[in-house]
Design a binder for this molecule. Structure first.
Ligand SMILES: Cc1cc2nc3c(=O)[nH]c(=O)nc-3n(C[C@H](O)[C@H](O)[C@H](O)COP(=O)(O)OP(=O)(O)OC[C@H]3O[C@@H](n4cnc5c(N)ncnc54)[C@H](O)[C@@H]3O)c2cc1C
Ligand code: SF4
Length: 318
C-alpha cells in the first residue's frame, strides 16, 4: 500500500470540498472495497477523507410517502429495517444476497453503489486494463470473459457493474442525492447514476470530482410481489452471473432490472410492457443489441430462464 494522508470530515460540504481540493483524494466509508483496491495498488489515493462520523446514517420517511436512506446506513441495517422489509422487499432480498454478514455490517449504502468491477483482469496489475489504466488495452477481450458483460459493453471494456443492491434500487426508481464541493445539492435518478462507459471505462458513474453521496431516496411503495433472484457459481460470497430484481403485480404487469450483464443495472422500461406475454418476449426486448462473447453467451438464455423462474414464483405467491 502506498503512503497517504488522512482526515475526518466534519460536515458533508466540508468532505466534498476536501476531496475536490486535493487531486487524487478519495472518500472512505466502510472501506470494504477501497482498502482492498489500495492494498493491490489498483487505487492509489494520496489523501483519504473519512466520512464515517457524518450524520448520514438515518432511514427517514419522505413527505411523499417514500423513504430517505442516509449514505452511511450500513447494508445490514438497511436490509433489516422493518419499513424496507415490508414495502421494498426486493431491496432487502438483494442486499442479503450479497457479500457476507460481516461485510454487510461495514458496507454503506453509498460505498455499495460505488463498488468497482470484479473483472479478474482489473485486479491483475500485470494485465492491460483500460478501466485501471486508460489506454492500456483490455485483457478480457480475447481472454477469459465468462463472468463479464453481454450488453452495454464497448470495444474498450466488457466488464460489468457487480453489485446487487443497485439492481433493486433501479427497479424501485431510486434517486441518489449528493452535495457538491460548492455546497450545492443534486438529485440523480439511479438510471443515470452508473455510466455506459463507451471508450472511457475508467469513469464508472456520473458523479463529479469531489461530489459526495448524502442519501438515496425511494418513491412511495408500489405494492406487488418483490423478488430478487441471483444466479451465481456458489451459494454465498459470489457475484451474480445474472440476477433479476422484480416487482410484479397480480395483473401480470411490473418492473424488472437485470444484474451481472452490463456496466450498470440493466433495465429497459419498454420491455416491461411484454411481461404479460412471458419471459421470452421480455428478454428479447431487454437484450436487443447484446454482444455476448463465446465464453459468456450462456448469459443470454440464462436471463430468459431466470426471468421465467421469477414470473412463475410471483404467480405462485399471488
Ligand atoms: C469478499 C467480498 C464479497 C463481496 N460480495 C458482494 C456481492 O455478492 N454483492 C455485492 O453487491 N457486493 C459485494 N461485495 C462488495 C461490498 O458490498 C462493497 O465492498 C461495499 O458495499 C462497499 O461499501 P463501503 O462502504 O465499504 O465502501 P468503501 O470501500 O468505503 O468505498 C467504496 C467507494 O465509494 C466511495 N465512497 C464511499 N462513500 C461515499 C460517499 N458517501 N460519496 C461518494 N463516494 C463515496 C469511496 O471513495 C470508494 O471509491 C463484496 C465485497 C467483498 C470484499
Ligand atoms: S473488461 Fe474492462 S475491467 Fe476487464 S480488463 Fe477489460 S478494460 Fe479492464
Amino acid at each position: 500500500m502506498k503512503a497517504f494522508t488522512y482526515e475526518r470530515a466534519e460536515s458533508p460540504a466540508a468532505a466534498a470540498a476536501a476531496v475536490a481540493a486535493r487531486p487524487g483524494a478519495k472518500f472512505i466509508a466502510g472501506g470494504t472495497n477501497l482498502l482492498d483496491l489500495m492494498k493491490l495498488q489498483i487505487e492509489e489515493p494520496v489523501h483519504l477523507v473519512d466520512v464515517n462520523r457524518l450524520a448520514l446514517d438515518k432511514i427517514e420517511p419522505t413527505p411523499d410517502g417514500g423513504l430517505r436512506i442516509g449514505a452511511l446506513v450500513r447494508n445490514t441495517d438497511l436490509a433489516a429495517d422493518e419499513r424496507v422489509r415490508r414495502d421494498y422487499g426486493v431491496l432487502t432480498r438483494a442486499i442479503v444476497a450479497g457479500a457476507s454478514g460481516q461485510l454487510r455490517n461495514k458496507a454503506t449504502t453509498a460505498g455499495n453503489l460505488l463498488q468497482r468491477t470484479r473483472c479478474p483482469y482489473f485486479y491483475d496489475t500485470n494485465q492491460p486494463c483500460n478501466k485501471r489504466k486508460p489506454g492500456s488495452g483490455c485483457a478480457a477481450i480475447g481472454g477469459y470473459s465468462r463472468q463479464l458483460g453481454i450488453i452495454g459493453t464497448s470495444d474498450a471494456c466488457i466488464a460489468t457493474y457487480p453489485g446487487d443492491m443497485a439492481v433493486a434500487m433501479r427497479v424501485l426508481d431510486a434517486t441518489v442525492e449528493t452535495v457538491q464541493p460548492s455546497g450545492s445539492t443534486r438529485h440523480i435518478p439511479i438510471a443515470d447514476f452508473h455510466r455506459v462507459w463507451g471508450d472511457t471505462p475508467h469513469i464508472d458513474t456520473n458523479l463529479q470530482p469531489g461530489e459526495l453521496i448524502t442519501a438515496v431516496t425511494l418513491p412511495k411503495p408500489v405494492g406487488g410481489t418483490h423478488i430478487y433472484h441471483k444466479v451465481r457459481d456458489r451459494a454465498s460470497y459470489a457475484y451474480a452471473l445474472v440476477s433479476v430484481a422484480a416487482i410484479l403485480q397480480r395483473d401480470g404487469s411490473g418492473h424488472v432490472a437485470i444484474g451481472g450483464i452490463a456496466p450498470k443495472p440493466w433495465r429497459v422500461e419498454a420491455a416491461e410492457a411484454a411481461l404479460p406475454q412471458g419471459a421470452k418476449a421480455v428478454a428479447t426486448r431487454l437484450l436487443a443489441g447484446a454482444r455476448p462473447r463465446p465464453d459468456n453467451a450462456f448469459k443470454v438464455p440464462l436471463v430468459e430462464r431466470t426471468l421465467a423462474a421469477v414470473i412463475a414464483q410471483a404467480k405462485d405467491a399471488a
